[in-house]
Design a protein around this ligand. Structure first.
Ligand code: NAP
Length: 322
């Protein structure tokens, strides 16, 4: 398996085009799952404080290093700043806590998870805190301007705690604004992208600015059925879509491989998650083949603008994408 990379600006670091996603990996399964992912050939681990499993991920990484599967410098570890830590005085402490859990001296990429400042919850009170104040079930926003948050994130680069910085779930307006004040430009944008939500203008514009793009939830509704999402349950499963199935048959591939390959054809990185070693392997094989332009175009025709990771329809009722 040859790993392919995107070159990040401004660091020049190489980020693997296919990584391993860690959302919904049970904390107790995380060490073995991450170990298996690294053994399978993954070199990018996509983590976040809010996935509530960074301690287990850290153990898995350390097991793999100890067994000689990889060296730290062979791995590209991404993590994300949770929304309760947007105030400038909390950013570095939050990252230091994550590094402690991951058992790392630095991460390769630190992303703002959502453009959404939530009221601070002290690490000692509850970690990771999730969306709400302890004991509450309503959202409380905080006055934490993104330009101050970003300046504190830039300081984390200068302190050697992260090699690259970027954003997730941002739109063009937020990025345009960020480019007016950033001293270190964001090198990556991670957003929900799949054949049912293609966000073509956002992807193309970011890439034109030299900002690399990672797709999350490449399998569309697949990952959201288990969260109880009505949108995910009501739509045709991506893997049963006739266009996807026909293209899979043409190349003697699985529909999941078609979904991943379509992203790579747009120069967009992917971070599929699987607990199953055979599916982990299959997902890495997206690197092994090419798709004809006519098939890319056919998949481009499936766009419905259908978003599954939407805090408006989830319990939070936050219209951040509207
Ligand atoms: N930045 C953000 O806000 C954000 C939001 C969501 C996700 N993410 C990142 O993106 C990663 C991927 O997204 P995701 O976890 O939502 O979902 P995903 O990778 O699109 O889909 C995962 C689902 O597909 C199944 N699956 C995996 N490989 C398969 C295959 N080859 N054939 C059939 N089924 C397969 C998995 O089940 P099994 O495990 O049983 O194989 C799981 O149910 C996350 O883990 C996370 O790292 C980021």
């Amino acid at each position: 398996m040859t790993i392919e990379y995107l070159t990040l600006q401004p660091s020049g670091d190489k980020m693997p085009l296919v990584g391993f996603g860690c959302w919904k990996v049970d904390p107790k399964d995380a060490p073995e799952t991450i170990y298996n992912a690294i053994k399978t050939g993954y070199r990018l681990i996509d983590s976040a404080a809010n996935y509530k499993n960074e301690e287990g991920i850290g153990k898995g990484i350390q097991m793999a290093i100890k067994d000689g599967l990889v060296r730290r410098q062979d791995l590209f570890v991404t993590t994300k700043l949770w929304s309760t830590y947007h105030k400038k005085e909390h950013v570095r402490k939050a990252l230091e806590k994550q590094l402690e859990q991951l058992q790392l001296d630095y991460v390769d990429m630190f992303l703002v998870h959502f453009p959404l400042p939530l009221k601070y919850v002290p690490i000692e009170a509850k970690y990771p805190p999730g969306w709400y104040q302890p004991g509450e079930d309503v959202i409380t926003l905080d006055r934490a301007p993104m330009h101050e948050c970003w300046a504190a994130i830039e300081d984390c680069v200068r302190a050697g705690l992260t090699r690259n910085i970027g954003v997730s779930n941002f739109n063009v307006q937020l990025l345009m604004d960020m480019l007016t004040y950033a001293n270190i430009r964001p090198s990556l944008l991670q957003v929900e992208l799949h054949p049912y939500l293609q966000q073509e203008h956002l992807v193309r514009w970011a890439q034109q600015q030299g900002i690399a793009v990672t797709a999350y939830s490449s399998f569309g509704p697949t990952s959201f059925v288990s969260t109880g999402s009505r949108r995910a349950k009501n739509v045709q499963p991506l893997f049963e879509n006739p266009t996807i199935m026909d293209i899979a048959a043409k190349y003697n591939r699985q529909p999941s491989e078609v979904a991943l390959r379509w992203s790579l054809e747009r120069n967009v990185a992917v971070v599929p998650k699987s607990l199953n070693v055979d599916r982990m392997k299959m997902n890495l094989q997206a690197l092994d083949w090419k798709m004809d332009e006519e098939d890319v175009q056919a998949i481009n025709g499936l766009d419905m603008g259908l978003r599954f990771n939407d805090p408006m329809v989830n319990a939070q009722k936050l219209p951040i994408f509207y």
